[in-house]
Design a protein around this ligand. Structure first.
Ligand code: NAD
Length: 321
């Protein structure tokens, strides 16, 4: 069994490796070569923790396994540890023998950012100039960096409930020599691409904040009851997702579908666009919306890539298990 500890991930995982792994696995899911197992998520009644498993099997990329972990809300304040904790386990699909254990914390941020950037590559207008960010929490800087590495933008604008936190996004924009401007939510109409990554349970933006032709990646809604975008925007947009079953139950589309404003058949797989079986964006005025719910196969694909690079670089530890 190969072990890649959390501390080694930053030196191993490149943006290209994460992007390619996620793009390939979305394509494999849409082609029917890969599928996610039902998600388990439990409040364990200890330390207010939420713990669970996300797993799957990719018969094309040949990755089998699961990410185990969750959210321990008191970690940071009481122990100086980050609140989200996870570990990925990979198994040999031919034998069932455990093949690798990979730190899953940074990986989660990078695979989530890779998902929105894959959506930008395939759904945003090629002439997009202004990148808009809604939210400036832990995930946001990874999201912005991946977006700026994917497409040549000319300017970044951002909104956050607490405007002070926007300095982290301004720093990322500066890494790319791009100007950054803090805006009101109404100011988001300037953006050609918008990423929302907040943990809200009531919509904070809608159709009035998004111009025609914009690509919106809604990345914060990954649980029943959460909602970032008003149903008026989801209804108006052409909606794509990583996995339709998650999108309509725990993703951003859950509310529009639940209210009968969109049907399950109106939600399309991003993988189909990657595979060329869905045409994707059809005009410069269409609003496209990617409902990024986060699937276990993303974790497995990126972990498999990490193990491959770690072995080649001699990083990590081989254990006879
Ligand atoms: P965080 O706690 O670091 O940041 C939360 C963000 O939400 C901040 O910008 C905060 O200002 C904003 N926010 C919270 N309450 C708000 C309110 N009432 N009004 C306006 N803004 C509010 O969290 P994070 O780690 O950055 O994660 C953000 C979200 O992304 C979470 O919902 C998390 O579950 C989700 N997430 C999704 C995936 C995926 O694959 N789709 C992966 C990881 C995390």
């Amino acid at each position: 069994m190969y072990i890649v500890p959390e501390a080694a991930i930053a030196d191993i995982l490149t943006r290209d490796a994460a992007f390619d792994a996620v793009e390939n696995v979305f394509a494999a899911m849409s082609a029917g070569d890969a599928y996610n197992f039902p998600v388990i998520r439990e409040a364990i009644g200890h330390e207010d923790a939420l713990y669970g498993f996300k797993g799957g099997f990719d018969g094309k990329g040949m990755s089998l396994g699961l990410k185990a972990g969750g959210y321990w809300p008191h970690n940071l304040a009481e122990r100086g540890l980050i609140n989200h904790q996870s570990t990925v386990f990979l198994f040999d699909p031919d034998t069932g023998k455990v093949a690798a254990m990979v730190g899953g914390n940074l990986l989660t941020a990078l695979r989530t950012a890779a998902a929105s950037s894959v959506s930008i590559k395939h759904l945003a207008r090629k002439d997009s100039k202004v990148m808009g960010m809604i939210g400036a929490g832990h995930q946001a800087k990874f999201q912005l960096r991946a977006a700026l590495e994917t497409h040549q933008f000319e300017k970044v604008i951002g909104w956050n409930r607490n405007a002070n936190a926007l300095s982290t996004l301004a720093d990322v924009a500066a890494e790319f020599d791009l100007p950054f401007e803090a805006v009101s939510l109404e100011g988001m109409v300037e953006a050609d691409v918008v990423i929302s990554i907040t943990s809200v349970f009531s919509p904070i933006f809608g159709a009035a904040h998004i111009s025609d032709g914009t690509h919106v990646a809604c990345m914060g809604t990954d649980t029943i009851g959460k909602q970032e975008a008003d149903t008026d925007l989801v209804t108006k947009a052409t909606v794509f997702t990583d996995e339709v079953a998650q999108s309509v139950t725990l993703g951003e589309a859950q509310h529009a579908v639940g209210a009968g404003l969109k049907s399950r058949e109106d939600i399309h797989e991003l993988g189909a666009v990657i595979n060329g079986t869905h045409k994707g964006r059809t005009s410069d005025t269409e609003i496209t919306l990617f409902d990024g719910t986060g699937v276990g196969l993303q974790d497995l694909a990126v972990s498999a890539s990490i193990v491959e690079i770690a072995k080649a670089k001699g990083i990590g530890l081989e254990v006879d298990f």
